[in-house]
Design a protein around this ligand. Structure first.
Ligand code: CA2
Length: 148
């Protein structure tokens, strides 16, 4: 069912390897597990889901541009590009849809270099620190935002 449109969930570098290392920081779920949880949340709230991962900054930028005409809401875990990418920031600023920045870990309770996000200023809101549940919360936040 796609009655309410499509929520896109974009994932940045190294997130394809989730579940293989550092479960104490990122949890034990693989990215495929997270996609299943997102699909359930999207179905419950009445949205289609488009879930993608790339290790390449330019590909993420191209997908964000594509989302301009195809997505009704966007959740993004830009991984390490969160802390470096003006290009991702600029692409997000071109969107007219709600955007939720997502992180598995609480980036503010970690190293100083993770405290700076280039995504936050372009996002509607931020969810971090809840492991894979951060993604589910992001989808519910997007759905609620589209009810306003
Ligand atoms: O907490 C998050 O979701 C992060 O976006 C994850 C990024 C990190 O650079 C950000 O500061 C916070 C790193 C993703 C690395 O993914 C891994 C995959 C497998 C094993 C370890 C890390």
């Amino acid at each position: 069912m796609t009655e309410r449109g499509s929520i896109w969930v974009l994932n940045g570098p190294n997130l394809n390897l989730l579940g293989e290392r550092e479960p104490g920081i990122y949890g034990g779920d693989s990215l495929a597990d997270i996609e299943v949880r997102c699909a359930e949340a999207a179905q419950t709230t009445g949205f289609a889901l488009d879930f993608r991962q790339s290790n390449h900054e330019g590909e993420l930028v191209a997908w964000i541009q594509e989302a301009r005409s195809s997505a009704t809401g966007l959740a993004i875990n830009a991984g390490a590009y969160t802390h470096t990418s003006v290009a991702v920031h600029d692409a997000l600023r071109l969107l007219d849809i709600p955007i939720v920045e997502v992180h598995l870990s609480n980036i503010f309770a970690r190293e100083e270099f993770r405290h700076k996000s280039y995504i936050s200023a372009a996002a509607t809101g931020v969810v971090c620190g809840f492991g894979s549940h951060s993604y589910v919360l992001a989808i519910y936040a997007l759905a609620a935002r589209m009810d306003l």
